[in-house]
Write a protein that binds this ligand. Structure first.
Ligand code: CAA
Length: 397
């Protein structure tokens, strides 16, 4: 067995973490009924109940700013010199979505701001960059936001896995929630399983290939993790996976168990991961934010017994890049959770009818570039007011 990695000296990791989601919800029961599909396929087959949908005046920027505001309101801006914005569904080819968030939050100008992209992986990519920055200067903090609207074509296999959410977290020395251990396993290989060309609102996907690619990447990243001194499988207490749909996490964990020579019963594996799946089941795929929603679900569902536990975290971004790493839960983490705000965000979503959901969906048309105003719908602190002279307009409320 490998020796557990020592994080007693200068731990660095996640100090505070929260999420925001879209104004609307859309029940998969409605989609199933309208499409003549047995709802069991969605609820049990892929493990999804509801998808979040942004209002017409919301996007990745407004959701990210809403989540990040909660972090800033609690922690202030002292020490934050970097803002990393991870997303698959960027709103501009040049300007970082993070710069809009920086402006909306009124952050100091002495901050470097960058957008990062590699499908669903870049949230964990941003976390690793942040850890490196803080390791070099432990006085600094990094604000990371991972925000996405997952959209597939109407009537496609991916449609029931859509969703929307933004995770925001603060990376710093002596973190209050998760001390990230140094060992990490990475894996990149070129595969065309899921991608979104520049002129499309919706992703293209080869569903079956994407599942195989994900499983292949789990094994590859884990092997690299072990080769780089990572903790033994048996020394990892909980596992959080990227969840494009929650059943994917079950497939991934079964594959990993088999890979390390253990049996992999489906029901037992699902039960083992259950506490990580609440938010993703009720929100849908949020691409870069998904694995952090899994972590928040775990922390809030098991809020009384995780201190000192080691969590294995697996991020997968199609195309494909994966990373597996571990962290330990810090004593007192319960005091930093935002469970009440998260419950409110989910419970207060305004349900969409089937027709309203279809009206909001951009379909397969190319991106809008002409001037338009959006209707005032969201009650979030920030809104996307429309496009003027090819520029996106954001408002504080
Ligand atoms: N009751 C219970 N279960 C049922 C059922 C019913 N009535 N009907 C079907 N099922 C089960 C099936 O047996 C199947 O289970 P298994 O996977 O255990 O075999 C499951 O429901 C799904 O059924 P199908 O495979 O027939 O579904 P599908 O052909 O419509 O496609 C999908 C499923 C490929 C995942 C599709 O939703 C898709 O393309 N999703 C988008 C791509 C995706 O999420 N890929 C994941 C890896 S890529 C990634 O992780 C990056 C990312 O975020 C996109």
């Amino acid at each position: 067995m490998n020796a557990p990695v020592n994080t007693a000296v200068n731990p660095i990791g996640i100090h505070d973490i929260t999420f925001a989601t879209g104004h609307h919800s859309f029940a998969l029961e409605t989609l199933a009924a309208k499409h003549g599909i047995d709802v069991g396929k969605f609820h049990k087959g892929i493990g999804q109940e509801v998808m979040s949908q942004p209002a017409a005046d919301e996007d990745i920027v407004t959701m990210a700013a809403t989540a990040a505001k909660r972090i800033i309101d609690r922690n202030g801006t002292d020490g934050i010199r970097t803002l990393l914005f991870a997303t698959e569904s960027g709103v501009d080819q040049s300007k970082s979505a993070g710069v809009y968030v920086h402006g909306l939050l009124g952050l100091p100008s002495r901050v470097r701001t960058i957008e990062m992209k590699q499908a669903c992986y870049s949230g964990v990519g941003a976390l690793q960059v942040a850890l490196g920055i803080v390791a070099r200067n432990p006085q600094e903090k990094v604000l990371v936001v991972a925000s996405d609207v997952a959209r597939y074509d109407l009537n496609s296999g991916g449609e029931p896995t859509q969703g929307a959410a933004a995770a925001a977290f603060l990376v710093q020395a002596n973190p209050g929630i998760l001390a990230v251990e140094p060992a990490s396993g990475v894996y990149t290989y070129d595969v065309q399983d899921f991608w979104r060309p520049n002129d499309r609102h919706t992703a293209l996907v080869d569903g079956k290939l994407s599942i195989d690619a994900y499983l292949n990447a789990v094994r590859g990243a884990y092997d690299d993790f072990i080769d780089h001194g990572g903790a033994d499988f048996a020394a990892i207490d909980r596992f959080c996976y990227h969840q494009p749909f929650t059943k994917m996490a079950v497939k991934a964990h079964m594959a990993l168990r088999e890979h390390v020579g253990l049996s992999a019963d489906k029901a037992e594996t699902a039960a083992e991961l259950e506490t990580t799946m609440h938010y993703n089941r009720m929100i849908g795929n949020s691409y870069t934010a998904s694995v952090f929603l899994a972590l928040m679900s775990l922390l809030e569902t098991e809020s009384d017994n995780l201190v000192g536990k080691r969590v294995g975290i697996l991020s997968y971004g199609s195309g494909a890049v994966a990373e597996f790493f571990t962290g330990t839960i810090v004593d007192g983490y319960q005091k930093l959770l935002h469970a009440d705000e998260h419950k409110k965000a989910l419970d207060s979503r305004e349900p969409l009818t089937y027709d309203a959901y279809r009206d909001l969906h951009p379909g397969t048309r190319v991106a809008d570039i002409t001037d338009y105003d959006t209707p005032e719908v969201t009650d979030a602190p920030f809104r996307f007011a429309g496009v003027k002279d090819h520029s996106r307009i954001y408002q504080r409320r």
